[in-house]
Design a protein around this ligand. Sequence first.
Ligand SMILES: Cc1cc2nc3c(=O)[nH]c(=O)nc-3n(C[C@H](O)[C@H](O)[C@H](O)COP(=O)(O)OP(=O)(O)OC[C@H]3O[C@@H](n4cnc5c(N)ncnc54)[C@H](O)[C@@H]3O)c2cc1C
Length: 375
Amino acid sequence: MKINIVGGGPAGLYFAILMKKSNPANEITVYERNGPDDTFGWGVVFSGRTLETLRQADAESHAEITGQFEAWDNVDVVKDDEKISVRGNSFTGISRLRLLKILQHRAEQLGVAVLFRSEITDIESLRADCHLMVGADGINSTVRQRFADRFEPNLSVRSNKYIWYGTNQLFHGLTLTFRVSDAGIFSAHSYKFNQTTSTFIVECDQLTWQRGGFEELNDVETRSYLQQVFKSDLQGRPLLSNNSKWINFVLVKNSQWAFENTVLIGDALHTAHFSIGSGTKLAMEDAIALANSFQRHDDTLDALYEFESSRKPYIEEYQAAALESMLWFENVRQYSHLSPIELAYSLMMRSGRVNHADLKKRDPQFVSRYEAAAS
Ligand SMILES: Cc1cc2nc3c(=O)[nH]c(=O)nc-3n(C[C@H](O)[C@H](O)[C@H](O)COP(=O)(O)OP(=O)(O)OC[C@H]3O[C@@H](n4cnc5c(N)ncnc54)[C@H](O)[C@@H]3O)c2cc1C
């Protein structure tokens, strides 16, 4: 089978690996516009359960990934200089670049052709020249745009602004920090992803962003402003930029996931707000689901049909939970009167995926403290 994949992110590379593994005769090419060492962002997170899924799909890359990651089980909520830790939330962090290097190496080792610095603009020719074309080209997918009449995408640009930084201040656990400044409330989502670096994403609403005057500030000025806001959390350490820019989150959905020999996976197909840290997980699980469908069906249309019909309900449920989480952060002002323990409780319950009993099982001490405060 000849497979052309547009995009060498986690979704495209992982799908290439799994399809080459399942049949070495598959002729697979990944077209990636960036070089092998270019990336955006800093670290990504996986839950314990996701890692087990990755182990079952490809033990070799799983071993490499788990050899490089940082693990924790606490969510820390910081408000008014008080830190509330909630245990029982198993997560791991790894640098996005490290993850991509592992997947690139594994794909090449198996015989996948990964063509870097190959930006695809002529989608039709690529599509005509293969049995299967995969659009794994991320949130601004060219494949999705070119065939918008077939995929029927629905893009919702959200109002909050966010910016993705790194820092050498280490946050041991997923740390959600809330700071009030003259401009408004800033939330930070941070976690350590290697021995020396943490991801540090700052988010605020439109009004706070305007009052902060960020439109007029350059990179150095923006970092200096935010370093001041999060001074005690960063303990004087600088925010590190990686061409970091303020962006609005875009919620992506597609009515149709595939047609003829063409399918979307990963961020090209769907997004879930970064506050539930699952974009990379979903992208790699798409790759697994699609590869599994091809294990069960020789016919491309049958495989694509199964992929869409079996995975869509799961993704819809995930996006619904991520939406609740995103709305919580978009409406953070309405929670600002809560005490730190109440805020932590509200945060843990925000996506609707965890209820009071689950939380009690995860961290009985935290729930007792909350119950005492709330009574
Ligand atoms: C602020 C922020 C924080 C995040 N935090 C997390 C997190 O903690 N955990 C997590 O799991 N996920 C996180 N994510 C999401 C994660 O980055 C994505 O969901 C994930 O990378 C999706 O993988 P993908 O392979 O579908 O797309 P991408 O990683 O975007 O890869 C797409 C690739 O396609 C290439 N490409 C695009 N167009 C073309 C073209 N025309 N020709 C050739 N190549 C092309 C791009 O260069 C890119 O390499 C976060 C995202 C953001 C924005």
